[in-house]
Design a protein around this ligand. Structure first.
Ligand SMILES: [Zn+2]
Length: 618
């Protein structure tokens, strides 16, 4: 709830042959939706459908009921007020845990994580403890032949969706109900469908990550190298020229899979704050504080033979005295997608011809660049507004075409921007800054108002045959402080470290002594037992011993108190075997290496020895 200090911890315990057993969750109380109820209304539309009934679903990520109520009472959201007074308006419950991919998967399948198998943004392989994106896996071709330094694949690579269970629009397809589903999360690559679908959250950038920006600077004071969600690349300005490279996907055709790169050059005007950028025969001018249009880039993987297309936007942050150039994550080009992002497969091209280019990356708002200080509040907001403008442009093209069946459209803005700007509307927030609040304290409200405008386009189109559902996957709460679960587990003897100064601390879990470790945290708020027969070095016996440990952890976690606020850190703990139904096996993992960044004061205490923590939320 807004104003409350909340902690989130969940404990997973995933059996090899059983789904999510014994999971403990703690969770913030938020707005929620009931997937089953919604699913039933979809089924009703399918079962009795006789050509006239229509269902419109607006999926609004992270729309908080208390903020909504406040903005409606202030008269800022007249269309929501109208809908609330005319229709049915109620709080719904969210998923366990309240993470977007889990909640949207509940909506998509009508099942909880025991059925669809998505219980966190991040899952792990119990044998290697490597984390991986829960919703999809991108695989290179299995077979290849070696030619010098080249590995020539036999057959193409592929992307696989890991969510289980039929999506509601697959059921609609079976019953002949026309439908289109735009940007719904946890649908990459999109499942086969008869209607038009466009993938959303979970769609990677061209590098296969959730989004990796690049920032080029000649500032010697800048920290260079990988940061969470990006890369800071040192460059030199010589004779007012910068030569650098765009970083593309790993070139699996080459031994060692180095990243493919494409050179670009920047000519800096010696007097004016303006540059000319040249890349692959394209030239454009940027003034300081200006964003480029989408620039198409082709990465050569095998000369004259294999290439992959993407697109990115450049932002000139500063020309003088220091050169600072931001380049967005390289997005999959909708006009020529390197991986499937739509059904039918040519739909994204047709859409881009009509709507212009757009972010295809699932989480397009570059919150990581703001968190890293690469973009400031205003620069990030420009980007976030562009994302919403692109989505509204697609909506404005597709919604008027809707005639029959079911129409779903998803908006990400409220979630991502509430993450970034709650601090400026809440004087109690540790990140509050009065001067910045005066400038951007109304950012969240303005995004809510834009969603209200979208609703304003829909309401006049409703007729007696049309049902409208506006729903969110969860609400929102401020993020004042972090609780580091692994620190707590370490301090209470559940995790033991080796006294091995020579261990490679860049490796996750490098210093953990698994022969004495009984439980570990992984994912956004998950906790797992180090179970014998499942984890590679599991020591806790399945059955009574594991049950007793879970009970003990649950009880102790609920007593943890924030010493500063004097309030409970963890408000709720859920055990998977108690809250999930279904028989989904957890799939084989993919390696996922993009998580970095310890957060929270507690975490830093041993972050040098135990570098990876997963406490950021999205
Ligand atoms: Zn969400």
């Amino acid at each position: 709830m807004p104003g409350e200090v909340v902690g989130k911890v969940c404990v997973h315990d995933v059996e090899g042959s059983e789904p999510l057993k014994k999971v403990v969750w703690v969770f913030a109380g938020l707005l929620l939706f009931c997937a089953t109820a919604l699913f039933l209304s979809c089924q009703r539309a399918g079962g009795d459908w006789h050509g006239e009934q229509k269902l419109i679903i607006l999926g609004i990520d992270g729309m908080d009921p208390q903020l909504l109520k406040q903005f409606m009472s202030e008269g800022k959201m007249p269309n929501f007020s109208k809908l609330a007074s005319q229709g049915s308006y109620r709080l719904l419950t969210t998923s366990i845990p309240p993470q977007s991919p889990v909640a949207w998967s509940n909506l998509i399948t009508g099942m909880n994580a025991g059925g669809h198998g998505i219980f966190d943004f991040i899952h792990r392989d119990p044998k290697t403890l490597e984390p991986y994106f829960s919703a999809s896996q991108v695989k290179p071709s299995k077979h290849a032949i070696h030619l010098g330094n080249w590995l020539v694949p036999l057959g193409g690579g592929s992307a696989e969706q890991l969510r289980k269970g039929p999506a509601f629009w697959e059921i609609l397809d079976q019953h002949g109900v026309p439908n289109s589903v735009f940007r719904i999360p946890a649908n990459f690559p999109p499942v086969a469908a008869k209607g038009e679908t466009l993938s959303g959250m979970g769609t990677p950038d061209l590098r296969g990550t959730y989004g990796t920006f690049s920032f080029y600077t000649d500032d010697p004071a800048a920290t260079t190298g990988a940061v969470e969600g990006g890369q800071i690349i040192p460059v030199q300005v010589e004779n007012s020229q910068v030569k650098a490279s765009l970083i593309g996907p790993d070139n699996t055709f080459r031994k060692g899979s180095p990243a493919a790169t494409e050179p670009f050059s920047v000519a800096i005007d010696p007097l004016e704050s303006v540059v000319r950028i040249a890349v692959q025969g394209q030239e454009f001018v940027l003034r300081e504080g200006e964003w480029s249009d989408w620039i198409r880039i082709e990465f050569q993987l095998i000369p004259f033979f294999g290439n992959v297309k993407g697109m990115c936007r450049f932002y000139l942050k500063q020309a003088h005295p220091r050169f600072q150039l931001y380049v967005s994550p390289i997005n999959i080009d909708p006009a020529d997608p390197a991986l499937p992002i739509s059904t039918p497969s040519n739909y994204s091209r047709l859409l881009s011809e009509e709507a212009g280019e757009f972010y295809t990356q699932g989480i397009a708002e570059d919150t990581k660049a703001l968190s890293a200080g690469v973009l400031d509040d205003n620069e990030y907001l420009q980007e976030a507004r562009t994302v919403l403008a692109e989505h509204r442009r697609i909506f404005d093209i597709e919604f008027p075409k809707f005639r029959r069946g079911v129409f779903f459209f998803y908006f990400s803005s409220l979630d991502l921007n509430s993450h970034m700007f709650w601090r400026l509307m809440d004087p109690k927030h540790p990140g509050y800054d009065a001067a910045r609040a005066a400038q951007n304290g109304s950012a969240i409200r303005e995004f809510y108002q834009q969603i209200d405008q979208v609703l304003g386009e829909v309401l006049p189109k409703l007729d007696d045959h049309t049902t409208l559902l506006v729903l969110s996957d969860h609400g929102f709460a401020p993020y004042y402080r972090s609780f580091n679960l692994n620190t707590w587990l370490l301090n209470h003897g559940y995790i033991k470290l080796k006294n091995d100064a020579g261990a490679d601390s860049s490796q996750p879990w490098a210093n953990v002594d698994w022969s004495q470790t009984r439980a570990y945290g992984l994912g956004l708020n998950g906790l797992y037992v180090n179970l014998r027969g499942r984890e590679r070095d599991g020591i806790v016996e399945p059955g009574a011993a594991a049950d007793a440990l879970i009970k003990e952890l649950k009880e102790r976690l609920l007593t943890v108190t924030d010493p500063k606020a004097g309030l409970p850190v963890i408000t709720r703990v859920d055990v998977a075997s108690e809250v999930y139904q279904g028989r989904t096996r957890i799939r084989d993992p993919i390696f996922w290496s993009a998580i970095t960044g310890a957060t929270g004061r507690d975490g830093r205490r041993f972050s040098a020895r135990f570098p990876r923590k997963f406490s950021k939320t999205t």
